[in-house]
Write a protein that binds this ligand. Structure first.
Ligand code: ASP
Length: 600
C-alpha cells in the first residue's frame, strides 16, 4: 500500500485507474449521506468521495467523524466529476476519487485555527500562528513561500558554481569584533571569563579566504545581530555572502545583475532588464532624501536654497546663510491632510532636530499657511514653477544642514505616499521592480556625541584611490568604494572593494577611526598579519536572503519566508526559546545570574 500519486496530479486521463493517495483532511462536506473530503498533500488537493451506495456504511461513518487535518490514506477509482460540478480553481478540479478503502494514519485533535482559510493571516493573530507554526506552514500560501525560498537557494548555488565560486563554510563560533551591531556572546566553559561571539557576518573570514587564494567564495551564511528588532529584522538571518579577488566594482555589478536575473526567472518567470541604473549617494539624498530610494513614484525633493537666500522668512534665510539648504516636496492631492497627519510629519522633522515643519495647503484657490505672508513675489514665483503647484497640493519644507534637510523630507515623502496610497490617489505598481546601484557613499560619517569618525559601511572598505590623500586632511570628503543594491526602496544588499594593503588598513583603524593601537592589535592583529603575506586586491558583497525571498513572495514581512522566525521580542513562541538553564549548567560555565529586574 504505497501512494501512487500526489494530490495535484490526477486529470481526466486517469479516469478508470485505481489510485492511492495520502495526506491531510483539508475540508469535508456532507451532502445528505454522500461525503466529500478534500485531501491535501504538499503538492495540491484532490476531491475524494465516500458514497454509501458503493461502500459499507461504517466506512462512510468513520470518515464522517474525522477532524480536519487528520492524516489518512485512501484508495479508490478516479472518475470525471459529474457535469456541472467541476472546480476550475484547482488543477485536479475535473476529477474525483471514489473511495473504496480508508486507512486512518493519525487522527488530529480539534485545531487552534483553521488551516484551510486563505484569509487566515488577516484573521488570526500572528502570535498564535507562530506558536503553532507547523500548522501555519501547512497553509498553501506558506508552503509556496518555503518552496520559492528553496528554489532560489538552489538557483543561487548553481549560478555561483557556474561562475567559478567555491562554497566555503565559516565558523559561527567567532570572537567579538566591533563591526557595528551588538553581538550574541557564548561563554567558554574551558576558560572562565572568555567568550565566543556569534558572527554578524563572515566578513573577516571571507577576506582571509582571499588571502588563502580561494579567489571566488560564496556562502548562504547565517548571521547574528542582537539589535532591537524592527518589523523586517530577525536576530538570526541569512545572507548570500560573496567575496572575489582581482576585481573591481564593475565585476561585482555584473555578477549580481546576473544572479538576480536568474533568481527572478526562477521564482517569478520574469526577465529583468540589466544593467541596473546607478546613482550616487549624493543624488539619492538630493532627489529622494534616502540612500535606498523607491523610484516607482515621483514626489521628488526640490532644492530652493538659492531662491530663499536672504529671505525675509528667517527660518529659510538663516538656514541658507549658515550653509544649509531649503528643500521641499509637493504631496499632490494631500491638501486635506489631517492635524494628526501633520503632527506625525512634524515629529519626523523634530526627530532630526528641526523645530517644526513648514507647510502650505493649496485649498480653494488659496495658499493656507502661517509662513506665506513672509514670502516676496519672486519667492512665490519660484515655488510655483519649481514645485508645479496646483489646487489640492500640500507643500512641505525642510530648512537645515544638507543631510538633515534631505532625510527629513525623505521620511515625509514615504509617509505621504502611504497616506495617498490608502486614499487611492497614488498607485505604486507592485509588479514593477526598480533596481538601482547606489554608489559613492562617504567612507566615513561623523558621530557628534562621541566626537569621532566611524565607518559608513565597515572599516575594511577601501577609499576611492584618488581620495586617499584626504584621509588625514579632510576625511568627510573621502568617498568609499562601497555599493548598495536597492529595489523598490528596499536595501537588498551591500558591499565594497576592500583595503588589501596592511599599512592603509592600519591608518584607517588607528589614525582615522582612532582605535587605540593595542585594541587594533588584539582585535584585528591576525588580519593585519595575514595581509603582510600576499593579500590580493579583493572585494565582495552580501545580499539579505530573507529580504530577497520576501520580495519574490510578494510579502512585506521576512517572517513569512523564514520557517521558524522569532517575534519582535526575539522569542520563538513554538519552542519557548530563549529559556532558563539549570544551576548546574550555569556553574559549569562559571556564570552567575543576578536577580532579574522585573521592569528592566
Ligand atoms: N559584511 C557586509 C555586511 O554584512 C557585506 C560585505 O561588505 O560584503 O553587510
Amino acid at each position: 500500500m504505497k501512494r501512487t500519486h500526489h494530490c495535484s496530479e490526477l486529470r481526466p486521463a486517469h479516469a478508470g485507474q485505481t489510485v492511492i493517495l495520502e495526506g491531510w483532511v483539508h475540508s469535508r462536506r456532507d451532502l445528505g449521506g454522500l461525503l466529500f473530503i478534500d485531501l491535501r498533500d504538499r503538492e495540491g488537493r484532490t476531491q475524494t468521495v465516500f458514497d454509501p451506495a458503493d461502500i459499507p456504511a461504517d466506512l462512510v461513518a468513520r470518515a464522517a467523524r474525522l477532524h480536519s487535518e487528520s492524516v489518512i490514506r485512501v484508495s479508490g477509482l478516479v472518475r470525471p466529476r459529474p457535469t456541472g460540478t467541476d472546480n476550475a480553481k484547482i488543477p485536479t478540479g475535473q476529477v474525483e476519487v471514489m473511495v473504496r478503502e480508508l486507512t486512518i494514519l493519525n487522527e488530529a485533535a480539534v485545531l487552534p485555527f483553521p488551516v484551510d482559510d486563505p484569509e487566515l493571516a488577516n484573521k488570526v493573530n500572528e502570535e498564535l500562528r507562530l506558536q503553532y507554526r507547523y500548522l501555519d506552514l501547512r497553509r498553501p500560501e506558506m508552503m509556496r513561500n518555503l518552496r520559492t525560498r528553496s528554489k532560489v537557494a538552489i538557483a543561487t548555488r548553481s549560478y555561483m558554481d557556474e561562475q567559478g565560486f567555491l562554497e566555503v563554510e565559516t565558523p559561527t563560533l567567532f570572537k567579538s569584533t566591533p563591526e557595528g551591531a551588538r553581538e550574541f556572546l557564548v561563554p567558554n566553559r574551558r576558560d572562565p571569563g572568555t567568550f565566543y561571539a556569534l558572527p554578524q557576518s563572515p566578513q573577516q573570514f571571507k577576506q582571509i579566504l582571499m588571502v588563502s587564494g580561494v579567489e571566488r567564495y560564496f556562502q548562504l551564511a547565517r548571521c547574528y545581530r542582537d539589535e532591537d528588532l524592527r518589523a523586517d529584522r530577525q536576530p538570526e538571518f541569512t545572507q548570500v555572502d560573496i567575496e572575489m579577488s582581482f576585481i573591481d566594482r564593475e565585476d561585482i555589478y555584473a555578477l549580481i545583475e546576473g544572479l538576480l536575473k536568474v533568481v527572478w526567472r526562477t521564482a517569478l518567470g520574469r526577465e529583468i532588464p540589466t544593467p541596473f541604473k546607478r546613482i550616487s549617494f549624493q543624488e539619492a539624498l538630493n532627489r529622494w532624501g534616502i540612500d535606498k530610494p523607491d523610484t516607482r513614484f515621483g514626489m521628488e525633493l526640490v532644492d530652493l536654497s538659492e531662491d530663499f537666500r536672504g529671505s525675509k522668512f528667517g527660518v529659510f534665510g538663516n538656514a541658507v546663510a549658515n550653509g544649509g539648504h531649503v528643500k521641499a516636496i509637493n504631496a499632490k492631492g494631500l491638501a486635506g491632510a489631517t492635524q494628526g497627519q501633520l503632527e506625525t510629519m512634524t515629529e519626523y522633522a523634530k526627530s532630526f532636530g528641526a523645530k517644526g515643519l513648514a507647510f502650505i495647503k493649496v485649498e480653494g484657490g488659496e495658499w493656507k499657511s502661517p509662513i506665506v505672508k513672509f514670502f516676496n513675489e519672486a519667492e512665490k514665483a519660484a515655488l510655483i514653477s519649481k514645485l508645479a503647484i496646483e489646487e489640492g497640493d500640500l507643500i512641505l519644507f525642510a530648512a537645515d544642514q544638507w543631510l538633515n534637510a534631505c532625510e527629513i523630507l525623505g521620511k515625509i515623502r514615504l509617509y505621504c505616499a502611504e497616506v495617498l496610497k490608502t486614499q487611492g490617489k497614488l498607485v505604486i505598481p507592485t509588479d514593477r521592480f526598480d533596481f538601482l546601484w547606489v554608489v559613492d557613499f562617504p567612507l566615513l560619517s561623523y558621530d557628534k556625541e562621541m566626537n569621532r569618525w566611524y565607518s559608513s559601511h565597515h572599516p575594511f572598505t577601501a577609499p576611492v584611490a584618488e581620495d586617499i590623500p584626504l584621509l588625514t586632511t579632510d576625511p568627510k570628503k573621502v568617498r568609499g568604494q562601497h555599493y548598495d543594491i536597492v529595489v523598490n526602496g528596499v536595501e537588498l544588499g551591500g558591499g565594497s572593494i576592500r583595503i588589501h594593503q596592511p599599512d592603509v588598513q592600519k591608518t584607517i583603524f588607528e589614525d582615522v577611526l582612532a582605535i587605540p593601537a593595542e585594541e587594533t592589535q588584539s582585535r584585528f592583529g591576525y588580519m593585519l598579519e595575514a595581509f603582510k603575506y600576499g593579500a590580493p586586491p579583493h572585494g565582495g558583497i552580501a545580499l539579505g536572503f530573507d529580504r530577497l525571498c520576501a520580495i519574490l513572495c510578494g510579502t512585506t514581512s521576512i517572517r513569512d519566508v523564514i520557517a521558524f522566525p522569532k517575534t519582535a521580542k526575539g522569542v520563538d513562541l513554538m519552542t519557548q526559546s530563549p529559556a532558563n538553564v539549570s544551576a548546574r549548567q550555569l556553574k559549569e560555565l562559571h556564570l552567575e545570574v543576578k536577580a532579574a529586574k522585573k521592569d528592566a
